[in-house]
Design a binder for this molecule. Structure first.
Ligand code: PMP
Length: 384
């Protein structure tokens, strides 16, 4: 009998919702036109895009005209940072030390080009110190880039409090909402965000599509030249079927978010409680009081995370070490290093992330199997 796999890597990407799959297929069949054409086929394609824009706006508390579709959060993050630097006198960009590489690497590059930058440090639980921000704002920061929730720890940052400080100082706030979408409330206007960037594939939407959401009165320029689509802010023929999938994902989010949150919380409790009672010496990482309900970052002291990850894969459980594979060598995650862990301790971290439809009983059973494997690896380590 083929054993069913237990997929616990939703922060890497989530399974596509059935409604999304149906919407994509339907649009391929029913809306083959180019959304820029004036004939009926073009209008049908255009209608899909504008409906999706309204659905995304509703899902994140933004006006529809604020939503610019893109090819994903990597592109949107690049777009906001480059736009800011190109249109600001004496730009000074701050990003947190735990941002996604699509922010950190851009900021590093800008730094290399002579732009003023600073990296906002985190403490051992991955939390940000607001006092540090005050000091930097006083020194003339013009843009602060911080994620709504961290992909590795699941830590949620206090976006509204950060927005208040940033605006008092006359600076702008960019928030990467990729991991928060579909897991916690994301309210663009209520939180006072200037630029919100999104990707849809972590919450059941299609991959390769995202959005840049821009506060009224602000602009964002295109990264590329060559077309007038998205009112000149993202050239290139729109991927209409994929955008139809975004419409379906955003619609499901609006309908189901409270239920999804309940389902996630229940799953996280079961998973953590089972691991806690079955594994001696377990270290939960991150800031438990401000964490996504779908993410558990855990270290099993004495067990190398990569060894465990590979053993789990053979057992049919997919998780993540949160480390990037660079040129064949597995580097410990920059997030855990930023939290002050030395390399060996950083390598112990594993990330388990799930979704509202992760089967509850299989999750509990999976936690038991993880505990057994940890025990086995620890015994092996002791024999060496
Ligand atoms: N930001 C965060 C926080 C992410 O987790 C990811 C995906 N790993 C991205 C940005 C990049 O998103 P995309 O895959 O849409 O480029």
């Amino acid at each position: 009998m083929v054993q069913r796999r237990l997929y616990l890597d939703w922060n890497a990407t989530a399974p596509v919702l059935p409604q999304v799959r149906q919407a994509v297929v339907r649009a391929f069949e029913e809306a083959p036109g180019n959304a820029s054409s004036i004939h009926r086929e073009g209008q049908a394609a255009r209608a899909i895009i504008e409906r999706a824009r309204r659905s995304v706006a509703r899902a994140v508390g933004a006006p529809a005209q604020a939503v610019v579709f893109s090819g994903g959060a990597t592109e949107s993050n690049n777009q906001v940072l480059h736009h800011h630097v190109a249109t600001t006198d004496e730009p000074f960009v701050i990003c947190s030390a735990v941002e996604h590489p699509s922010v950190i690497e851009v900021v590093d590059k800008l730094d290399g080009q002579g732009v003023g930058t600073a990296r906002w440090p985190v403490d051992e639980q991955g939390r940000l110190d607001l006092q540090w921000l005050d000091d930097q704002l006083a020194q003339g920061a013009t843009l602060v880039s911080v994620m709504w929730a961290n992909n590795e720890m699941g830590n949620i940052f206090d976006v509204a409090a950060i927005a208040e400080k940033v605006h008092q100082a006359g600076a702008l706030l960019h928030v990467d909402g990729t991991q928060a979408l579909g897991r916690i409330d994301v309210d663009f206007q209520a939180a006072g965000v200037d630029y919100l960037t999104l990707s849809f594939h972590k919450m059941g939407g299609p991959k390769g599509v995202g959005a840049t959401i821009v506060r009224e009165g602000l602009k964002v320029s295109a990264l590329m030249a060559g077309g007038h689509q998205e009112r000149g802010r993202r050239p290139g023929t729109e991927n209409v079927p994929i955008i139809a999938g975004v419409d379906a994902a955003a619609t499901e989010l609006v309908k189901n978010l409270p239920d999804w949150q309940l389902a996630l919380t229940k799953r996280k409790e079961l998973f953590v409680d089972t691991l806690r009672s079955a594994v001696p010496q377990l270290e939960l990482r991150g800031a438990p009081e401000h964490q996504l309900p779908n993410t558990v970052n855990v270290a099993f002291p004495g067990v190398d995370g990569e060894d465990l990850l590979l053993a789990l894969d053979l057992e049919g459980i997919s998780a993540s070490s949160g480390s990037a594979c660079t040129a064949g060598s597995l580097e410990p995650s920059h997030v855990i290093l930023a939290m002050g862990f030395e390399e060996k301790r950083a390598r112990e971290s594993l990330r388990f992330s799930f979704g509202p439809t992760t089967p509850l009983d299989e999750l509990g059973h999976g936690a038991q199997r993880i505990a057994e494997l940890v025990g086995r690896l620890r015994r092996l380590e002791a024999e060496i």
